[in-house]
Design a protein around this ligand. Sequence first.
Ligand code: HEC
Length: 503
Amino acid sequence: MKQSLFWLGVGLAFVVLMLVMVPGSGRPSDFSLFLGRFHPLVVHLPIGILVVAVLLEALSRMPSLRGRYDTGILALLYIGVWSSILAVAAGLYLAQGGGYAAGQLAWHKRMGVLVVLFASLAYLYKVWPGLSERWLRHWERRVYGIALGVMLLAVTLTGHFGGVLTHGPDYLSRYLPDGLRQMAGLPKKADIGRLQLENPAETTVYAALIAPILQSRCTACHGPDAQRGGLRLDTPDFITEGGDDGPPIVAGEAHESALIHRIWLPVSSDKKMPPLESPQLSIAEAELLRWWIDAGASFEELLPEVEWSPVTQTIVDHMGLGEIRTGIFALDTVPPDSMDIVQLAGLGLAVTPLAENEPYLQVRCVHPETCTDAGGLQEALRPLARNIAWLDLGRSGAGDDLVEGIADLPHVTRLHLQQTLVTDAGLADLGDLEFLEYLNLYGTAVTDSGLIHLETLPALRSIYLWQTGVTDEGVRRLQTAIPDLYINTGLSLTPVEPDTTGS
Ligand code: HEC
């Protein structure tokens, strides 16, 4: 009896010693990684054995079975204590490899140590009844019961945190039927892996696609809790700054970037990232990282601005990012009424849908002479005001009075007013068209003072000003106000001196 107490003491001291030897931040030796591999092998032993011990003890509560299993329970508790000591020791070595979420790892460790302590307590009580008589008297059965209960709880929690560490938090719920998933507040199974972005049009590629990969695969070792190799990968600044070997990313050149090199190293290499014992990147994740760096490794580029490669297009399609709706397509516009379309067509305008399954229309003046009745046209456009996206009044007799009505079409993105009677006064009405991207004023009487009204158009990307009253000065001013505007003036406005040098 004294002997078993002695050995238990040795075992406990061993665990405490291991706990004190906190894993260092350097690369662990091959030998400690080797020992760590035994953790998953050993760990199931104490779980099964200790649970059986509790079950037998519960059975012994039945009067007919009282005392029957005591020898067996004693043996089970003894093996349980020792196997849990071994499991804890191997686990500490395994943890030295790093790469586990720090918070969950800490709880897993704490619970594992609780298992050892309470299993030992239960064993001591069972093996040495004199102990309880002397120290605990009336409490004896209860203390034993509590020790077994806490031990069982600790076994369950240790197993739970261990499962989360190795298989991820959704291991158990992964195949839960959808009905139950909903009750538990989890997304539907088909939605797992799909991105749920609040506002995809204003999310950066980095935030939507790149940061989550680094977060799930790298920051356990390269983040706030640990900076292996002096490297953090959890914020743009740290990523740019780099680690002991300098910046891990060369923007635009994935093949020059250490981050990509490390990922594609063969598994036999010690420099492979993530290290072999950590969860590995999927091919899609590795490809997204490579593509992002080759495309310039921008932390600012927004999702709608991106040009996907065929492969990344496939990847983001599966994540539900295939089409990002921007501009008027992000709005909840009610589809047009067909009677209103018929009425507009009756005035000599061609009305066609802008795209399949979209509520927007393109409207074109087919017979220029029919588009002069500003009053009638405005009347017919009004019920469709929110549906008109492209409006072509080119070569018609439209004048400023009609343009005044266009100001009430909030979703116009493309407006043709070439060769019409529009003047500077008409342009004053267009200043509020927040989605207007294209404006054609070729062959009209507009001048520099008309252009001033267009300077506030937020979406304007191209404007055609050939054969108008606009001067170089006016073009320069507009270009300064909207730097990425494409301004087409047809020919250079500066007169070109004829070449008189003769040749
Ligand atoms: C289990 C821990 C662990 C994980 C997970 C991990 N690394 Fe590392 N990483 C290390 C260690 C340890 C070093 C230092 C030793 C070395 O250079 O190999 C290191 C070094 C690096 C370096 C070199 C830093 C320098 O400047 O010296 C890069 C780059 C790197 N890791 C990238 C990554 C990327 C990218 C990921 C995720 C895809 C990742 N690592 C995941 C442990 C990890």
